[in-house]
Every structure is written in C-alpha cells, then in structure tokens.
Design a protein around this ligand. Structure first.
Ligand code: 6PG
Length: 245
C-alpha cells in the first residue's frame, strides 16, 4: 500500500490524471491495450473532466483503451445517477474511445442478470491465447479507480454485504443503504487482482473513517475498503488530517 497526501482536491485530481495517463502508457506499451475500470461518485468526476481536457486526454491512445466500471447503480444508462452516464458526460463524449470498447454494466436489467452478463463479458475480455481467464494468472484489469464512502464502502461493496467475503464470483448484485439501493459491483477478488488499484479520497467528512480503514483494526465486514489490498491512496490534507504520521 502507498499513501500520498496532497494539499487539496485539485492536486489529488491532477495526480490521479497523471496516474491514469502513465498506467495507460505502460499497459499499451506492454500489451497493446489498457483495461481500466472507472468508479462512480463525485470525486472521480473532476478526474474525468481533466482527462478529457487538451494536454491530458490527448496523451492517451484511446483506440487501445477498454473502459469498464467497478460498479453501477441499477438505473437506466440515461439516469443522472448512472455511473456510466456520469463518465459519458464528463469523459467519453470528449475522447476517441471506440464505442465497442466501452463496456457498461446494464443497470436497466435485473441485477442478477446484469451481474452474470458482466462477469461473462469480463471473462471474455480477460481470455488470452494462453487460455481461460484466471485471476491468479494475469486475468486482470490494468487499473481500477476506487472511491470510499463515509461508511468505508468501496465500489458498491457496503458494510455487512455478502460481497465483502465473496471468493468465487467476479461480479454480483448488492444493496446500498443509500439510494439508488440496488447496485451491481465487482467483488474484492477481481478488484484485488488488478495491476493497480487507485483510491481517490478527499474531504474532512471522511477523515475519521479513513484513519480507521488505514490504521485501525482490520474488519472488512465493517470497513469494506479494507478488503482491497496493495492499493495506492491519493488523499487530500483534509481527509488525511487524522492519520498518525
Ligand atoms: C459509486 C461509487 C462509490 C463511490 C464512493 C465515494 O457508485 O458511488 O462507486 O463507491 O466511489 O461512494 O463517492 P464520492 O466520491 O462521491 O464521495
């Protein structure tokens, strides 16, 4: 795990954008493609907007980028609370990602069928000439962007959710305590298999839970963000204010 603290959310955004650009360049140089899973919420919004801006987005070979989501609300893709809708409005409408390389979770479908369909899509995406996808053998995302809620959730893995301890499924339906309640989420095994996990967390309101997640007792059923190992945390000074140096 690495923790980097920046003066303010704007500096976190710029560091996150640079991390995405560098991760994309590494993956495309190594394998000719970049498999990235985006998060929802308000924090990544600024990252997507800056990624779409000249001088940033044009540093990514978008034709080699495959866009996925770490979770989705079970709403239609046109719904303002859809993570797909937010990323489309802020980023995908402004860069040359190929439509066939943008793989949304079908929030309009029944959650179980949407989760099953997405898992099958991911298993196809991760299948290589070496054989069927195996999380322990390189079947993975190059980068997963993650946020953390004030309750310590990440993606749509919420406290007390069966998804915290899931070991087999890569994608599953979950329930959020906040609306939209029905969600579909990647599970910790799939998230942990990613080459890079990048948490973006800012704001004093999350400072207490962040200190518990990073420095308190380990109990992912209560603090699901603790189920994610070896992540890189980009924090602003406010959210990091309760961390022991
Ligand atoms: C979602 C996200 C969720 C988000 C956290 C933090 O679908 O909402 O995947 O995990 O990252 O709730 O959200 P903020 O960045 O808005 O605080």
């Amino acid at each position: 795990m690495s923790v980097e603290i920046f003066p303010d959310p704007r500096a976190v955004t710029t560091a996150a954008v640079e991390a995405v650009v560098e991760s994309a360049a590494r993956a495309i140089d190594a394998a000719g493609r970049f498999l990235v899973a985006l998060s929802g919420g308000s924090t990544p919004r600024a990252v997507f907007q800056q990624l779409a801006a000249p001088g940033y987005g044009d540093r990514i070979e978008w034709e080699a980028v495959h866009v996925f989501w770490g979770d989705e609300r079970c709403v239609p893709p046109s719904d303002p609370s859809s993570n797909f809708a937010m990323a489309t409005e802020t980023l995908l409408n402004h860069v040359e990602a190929r439509p066939g390389h943008v793989h949304r979770i079908r929030g309009e479908d029944d959650p179980e069928s949407a989760a099953g369909a997405y898992e099958r899509l991911l298993r196809r995406a991760f299948t290589t000439p070496e054989g069927p996808p195996r999380l322990d053998a390189g079947s993975r995302f190059d980068l997963i962007l993650l946020g953390m809620g004030e309750d310590g959730h990440t993606a749509s893995v919420f406290p007390g959710s069966p998804a915290v301890r899931e070991t087999q499924r890569w994608v599953m339906p979950t329930e959020s305590p906040l609306p939209p309640r029905r969600r579909v989420t990647l599970t910790p095994p799939l998230i942990n298999a990613a080459a890079e996990k990048l948490f973006l967390v800012t704001g004093e309101a999350k400072s207490a839970v962040l200190a518990r997640v990073l420095q308190g007792p380990t109990d992912p059923d209560i603090l699901p963000a603790q189920a994610i190992q070896d992540a890189r945390w980009l924090l602003d000074a406010d959210v990091a204010s309760r961390l022991e140096s």
